[in-house]
Design a protein around this ligand. Structure first.
Ligand code: GDD
Ligand code: MG
Length: 353
């Protein structure tokens, strides 16, 4: 079976980090997020994978080329202007010869593809959608099923008074060619607002497959932080990079520790390749430090993400924040929850954010 990953969104809710990097390539636990999806596909024996790109398409090709390094046979499809989720599929694969697996490029889960496919086949569905339960379906595509799992209603971003259940579209689909045939070629078209409602209207078979276990999207700054923390605390299925272990400190190649660096209060701290941690730095909870970053002496970092090449000054205190690539946080700064510093920011000493 072939797979296609939708990677063309602008990632507006994840700015400033998506200004220079497409969302699926943002590092989570110091690896591009997309590698998780690649791991999942490879584990299930899928090698032929197409990336449907639109936003900053060249960055994908530069990172993965033909896919040899990630053990896949990668192809790239490109939209001159974004064609929406449906238009992107049509543009990338036309009408495929057999069943097609489609994944959103910004969700993390441990989908059992074999079981998903078996359910799809048994139900004789033309389209199947993986589902998960959430507290607030208004941010997602609401999917209502009957007792047998057949989908009765699909409503993208429902308003409060339209919510009839807590199951939503988890962003993984199986399609038969007959369903994809309905997508018009060369024009913007949405799976969620176009194809799914149309299939239902025509009484064609769509089936839901409830995922169990961890599911999240990385669509917002808060979620991007949390998915990093979950990877380090072990709450998610995301594989961590190879690293040496000193208690709860995980050291990638060439990471250097000063004297008396500690980790406290659960979770783990991942220290990227070539980073340098000053004397007496305290890590609390789950912290991710990108490659070649520097943390100054006596700094305290709790539940935060420092992206590649950033510098945190001596005595700084950081909590639940993300420091962008190559940024500089001065000495004795206090950086509080929710702060998201874009790449190359500079914050002078003693600042409070
Ligand atoms: N190639 C291409 N072209 N890809 C696109 C385009 C496009 O024009 N627009 C969006 N994408 C990609 C995004 O990169 C992302 O991987 C996926 O399609 C979904 O788009 P999002 O912009 O992230 O949509 P969403 O998060 O608001 O909602 C979607 O995901 C939810 C689950 O996280 C919908 O599929 C919802 O129904 C679903 O519940
Ligand atoms: Mg999304």
């Amino acid at each position: 079976m072939q797979a296609l990953i939708l990677t063309g969104g602008l990632g507006t809710r994840l700015r400033p980090f998506t200004l220079d990097t497409p969302k699926p390539l943002l590092p989570v636990a110091n690896r591009p997020f997309l590698l998780h999806q690649f791991d999942l596909l490879r584990r299930h024996g899928i090698r032929k994978v197409t990336l449907a790109t639109a936003y900053r398409p060249e960055t994908f090709r530069r990172m993965f080329a033909g896919g040899a390094r990630v053990g896949l046979d990668l192809r790239y499809a490109r939209e001159k202007t974004p064609l929406g989720t449906g238009g992107a599929v049509r543009n990338a694969v036309g009408t495929p010869a057999g069943t097609l697996l489609v994944l959103n490029g910004d969700v993390l889960h441990d989908l059992d593809l074999r079981a998903f496919l078996a359910r799809h086949r048994n139900a004789h569905a033309e389209a199947s959608i993986a589902l998960t339960r959430v507290q607030d379906p208004t941010l997602y595509g609401l999917v209502d099923t009957d007792g047998s799992g057949r989908i009765r209603r699909f409503l993208e971003k429902p308003s409060q008074d339209e919510i009839t259940c807590d199951t939503i579209n988890a962003g993984a689909y199986l399609f038969e060619p007959s369903a994809l045939d309905l997508i018009p070629a060369g024009v913007p078209y949405s799976l969620e607002r176009g194809l799914f409602p149309r299939l239902l209207q025509e009484g064609r078979r769509m089936h839901g497959f409830l995922l169990d276990g961890y599911w999240t999207d990385i669509g917002t700054v808060d979620k991007y932080l949390q998915v990093n923390l979950d990877a380090l605390s072990g709450a998610s299925p995301l594989a961590l990079p190879k690293a040496g272990q000193r208690g709860a400190l995980l050291l990638e190649k060439g990471a250097r520790l000063g004297k008396g660096v500690t980790h406290e209060e659960g979770g783990r701290t991942l220290l990227g390749a070539g980073c340098k941690i000053g004397e007496g730095v305290r890590f609390l909870g789950s912290v991710c430090v990108g490659a070649h970053s520097r943390i100054g002496r006596g700094a305290l970092l709790r539940d935060c993400v420092i992206l590649e090449g950033a510098t945190v000054g001596e005595g700084a205190r950081l909590e639940r924040c993300i420091i962008g690539r190559g940024s500089r946080v001065g000495a004795d700064c206090t950086v509080g929850p929710g702060t998201a510093l874009g790449a190359g920011s500079s914050v002078s000493d003693f600042s409070r954010l």
